[in-house]
Design a protein around this ligand. Structure first.
Ligand SMILES: Cc1ncc(COP(=O)(O)O)c(C=O)c1O
Length: 488
């Protein structure tokens, strides 16, 4: 028999890909290119193992893959043959070929109320307060992924069907972390994993709100959360914010007049202004929640970043009666590219949202959740946060210095005690929208200040994230900003 085509196959023991997969791929290619034609008999595993000097099982594994993919057929006691009905199936066409895909749908659909303004992709800029993915523990991450995807581990982790609440390893690790560092006396049964805070807020709000329910938010606020509430038919009632955070007396005034279903609060660092809700107001809010039976959605989006004093524990850590639903995320710890967040709440509420989430997402991302669970178990997350806090403290200080040295005639901001952004007020003569457009032309992202309130009341302020840029980039960013402000 002529086996000369075997000379095309080069196997390398040192390559990253296992030898049996190299052999499988080589055979696939020979068949796909017509070098090995339909109905041709493939040499036996003994012949191939001798020819390539590899273990017979290596050949058997490669052949099994080719059989299961349909490239080869097994004929009783005759051996393996190239399939004459190859897996590269050409679908049968019907109707007239469509050259241009339709731009618009021919059916009616609901539009999202107040869509948030999309952002173009920029290499650097004053974002909303994102971390720097360049310092994320990506090597440890890829090791954890390899560990999970390694063949003999697959059955242990990946074959399991998770509950709607998500991966148990990560839930256990997170619960431990919450007990140790955030004063929350919880177990994994109080915890549900999601694809980020935004999904958490949506799930929670969907189960809390009915059409026409009142939700209290601040003004200004995190509009994407507000949009979520209004898209569910809720009615937004607003209260102010001062240096001690959300003004809780205004919440009380509302509660006296109207039935409030829930309150959305960014307690640790108010979004967008970055201020921390004071202890007195936290206690008052809890007391009102009990008195008027409303839920508090506490969105603690960047709890880990505090640079001066000890941070205040979450409001949820003082929740004796089960009024608080605590929402958190890994977007500010690692990057929003890793879609991972969580909800913490009384067990019966978690069970309900775990059931409900299955309508849109069966079980979350098991591999990502297991990988982050491994990072927790190996203290990678803890060490990363420690390192990141030091780096971002330096960047905060450098950015503050630069803004004050170069731009104090045009803007005013306080040094935030925590978080990843400055809340910055600009001279009313400066149009943030024009400035944003000009900076974009220079490759710098600069927010246009339109994403914090619905109305047109002019705050002329914006969040200026400092953490995703190193000192060199911050210097360059401030230089561009200064030039463009000068032209405003
Ligand atoms: C206040 C606040 N809440 C929630 C989110 C949503 O975060 P994610 O869905 O990425 O976890 C963000 C995003 O930046 C935020 O700033």
């Amino acid at each position: 028999m002529n086996y000369s085509y075997l000379s095309y196959i080069k196997l390398e023991n040192t390559a990253e890909q296992p030898v049996y997969l190299q052999l499988r791929d080589a055979f696939r290619e020979l068949i796909a290119n017509g070098i090995l034609q339909s109905d041709v008999k493939v040499p036996s595993s003994r012949v191939l193992s001798e020819y390539f000097g590899v273990h017979r099982q290596t050949v058997v594994s490669a052949m099994q893959e080719l059989l299961s993919e349909g490239w080869l057929l097994s004929k009783d006691r005759k051996g393996l043959f190239v399939n004459n009905n190859l897996p590269e199936i050409k679908p049968r066409s019907y109707g007239k070929k469509i050259k241009v895909y339709p731009d618009t749908a021919a059916f009616s659909f609901h539009k999202t109320i107040h869509p948030t303004i999309g952002r173009k992709s920029f290499l650097f800029g004053f974002d909303d307060g994102y971390p720097d993915i360049r310092i994320a523990p990506c090597l440890a991450f890829s090791k954890a992924y390899s560990q999970i995807l390694a063949e003999n581990a697959r059955r242990n982790t990946l074959a399991k069907v998770a509950s709607g609440a998500g991966n148990l390893l990560l839930r256990d690790e997170l619960a431990k972390m919450m007990r140790t560092y955030r004063g929350l006396s919880i177990t994994s049964e109080n915890l549900l994993l999601t694809h980020g805070s935004q999904m958490s807020i949506f799930l929670v709000a969907s189960k809390l709100l009915k059409y026409g329910d009142n939700v209290v938010v601040t003004k200004p606020s995190y509009l994407t959360a507000n949009n979520c509430f209004t898209s569910l038919g809720a009615n937004l009632l607003t209260v102010g914010v001062d240096n001690s955070g959300m003004i809780i007396d205004e919440v009380e005034t509302i509660c006296r007049k109207k039935k409030v279903k829930c309150i959305y609060v960014t307690s640790h660092h108010h979004h967008p202004t970055t201020v921390t809700l004071s202890v007195e107001r936290r206690m008052k809010l809890l007391q009102l929640a009990e008195q008027y039976s409303f839920a508090i959605i506490e969105d603690d989006y960047d709890y880990d970043y505090h640079y001066e004093n000890k941070p205040l524990l979450p409001i949820a850590s003082n929740d004796k009666h089960g009024n608080v639903v605590y929402v958190g995320s890994f977007s500010k710890i690692l990057s929003h590219a890793f879609r991972l967040g969580y909800v913490i709440a009384p067990k019966n509420f978690i069970e309900e949202i775990a059931t409900y989430r299955r309508l849109i997402d069966r079980q979350g991302d098991q591999i990502l959740e297991e990988a982050v669970g491994i990072l927790f178990r190996n203290n990678v997350v803890k060490n990363h946060v420690r390192k990141a806090v030091n780096i971002y403290r330096e960047r905060r200080n450098a950015a503050y210095q630069l803004l004050n040295d170069e731009l104090s005639d045009y803007l005013q901001c306080d040094l935030p005690e925590g978080g990843l952004a400055f809340w910055t007020h600009f001279d009313p003569a400066i149009s943030l929208q024009r400035l944003s457009e000009r900076c974009a032309l220079k490759g710098l992202f600069f927010p246009d200040g339109r994403t914090y309130t619905y109305d047109k009341s002019k705050m002329n302020a914006c969040r200026m994230g400092f953490a995703s840029m190193n000192t060199k980039e911050l210097t360059k960013a401030v230089e561009i900003l200064k030039t463009e402000i000068g032209r405003n």
